[in-house]
Design a protein around this ligand. Structure first.
Ligand SMILES: Cc1cc2nc3c(=O)[nH]c(=O)nc-3n(C[C@H](O)[C@H](O)[C@H](O)COP(=O)(O)OP(=O)(O)OC[C@H]3O[C@@H](n4cnc5c(N)ncnc54)[C@H](O)[C@@H]3O)c2cc1C
Length: 288
């Protein structure tokens, strides 16, 4: 039984990495419980709990999500850890290469990951096929450099030179590990940014692994997060104006009879119609 639970909490990522949920304090009901402090005793059934969580995410009432605290053990290449640690609203404790010896563990990307530089996106990779000999050159060079770097590191380590200095021989595809403590609000912010198609594929892979675990642990919150954040859209004024020109409001209203099939509650339907009345609901903003 314990083994099953452990499986849910750990996911392998890349060739040697993993995410492991060490601890979680709280669940969907803790969010509801915190929110009820502000909204009173009104919502009691499971269906109402789901509705309340959806309402909170939809209206960015975020503090109840801060009541759920998570702690993770993450193993990842150093270049991914650099991106990860830009997320300041969390606590980290990392494996020390001043104190401990580096292990011979480097990230070797799969062949399909060896891609050309994207022409359209300066931060991205292209889906254009890469000739086999280019991939081979990449792999041989990476193998060679990691081997030489590690041999050099172990030789200097054997000579007794300081580990805090000899680590500068090691490339950024070396694996590191850290403990990461983060509340659910900040974790969802991290996932929104790092599961996005614009994020680097390696950190995306970690995001998706964390997502699988969270989905099991917090099904209602995850569903709402997916609906309103991951798969929802925010439009600019110009985009919205353009869409309004081609939108058939009368046709849309015919769906009112069948809201369940559209997956909308009455409240969401009402809010949708309000949004459609103008770009922003606030009359003050409309005057600007
Ligand atoms: C696709 C992508 C590309 C990126 N490219 C680059 C890049 O080229 N160069 C680069 O340097 N970074 C880059 N980043 C990192 C990015 O700029 C953020 O540093 C990172 O995503 C962390 O986001 P955050 O600050 O919202 O998160 P956190 O640090 O976790 O902060 C959470 C929230 O707390 C608040 N906050 C925290 N600290 C402060 C503060 N000091 N002042 C005000 N508010 C604060 C903000 O509201 C913030 O959103 C990139 C990120 C992504 C996802």
């Amino acid at each position: 039984m314990l083994q099953e639970a452990e499986k849910i909490q750990e996911k392998k990522v890349l060739d040697k990495g993993f995410v492991y949920l060490v601890d979680i304090m709280g669940d969907d009901s803790s969010i509801v419980q915190a929110a009820r402090v502000s909204y009173g005793k009104g919502t009691k059934t499971v269906r109402e709990d789901r509705g309340l969580i959806r309402y909170l995410i939809r209206h960015r009432h975020t503090t109840p999500f801060e009541m759920v605290q998570t702690k993770w053990h993450i193993k990842l290449p150093i270049f991914v850890a650099r991106q990860w640690m830009r997320h300041r609203a969390a606590s980290y404790n990392e494996y020390s290469l001043r104190y401990s010896e580096a292990r011979d563990e480097f990230y070797f990307p799969e062949e399909t990951r060896i891609q050309f530089q994207s022409r359209g996106n300066r931060q991205g990779s292209s889906s254009e096929p890469v000739p086999e000999d280019f991939q081979k050159t990449f792999q041989e060079n990476l193998d060679d450099i990691c081997r030489k770097a590690y041999d050099c590191y172990t030789h200097l380590n054997d000579l007794g030179l300081a580990r805090e200095l000899i680590r500068i021989f090691l490339p950024v595809n070396l694996y590191t590990e850290f403990y990461w403590s983060i509340n659910l609000h900040n974790l969802m912010h991290f996932l929104e940014l790092r599961m996005d198609a614009h994020a680097q594929s390696e950190i995306q892979a970690y995001g998706f692994a964390i997502a699988e675990i969270l989905k099991e642990k917090l099904p209602m919150t995850w569903e709402a997060f997916e609906d309103y954040v991951l798969k929802g859209q925010k439009l600019s004024k110009q985009e919205w104006n353009l869409l309004q020109k081609v939108m058939d409001l009368e046709k849309l209203k015919s769906y009112e009879e069948n809201l369940e099939a559209a997956g909308l509650s009455k409240g969401e339907w009402r809010e949708l119609l309000e949004k459609l009345k103008g770009f922003e609901q606030s009359p003050a903003i409309q005057k600007i």
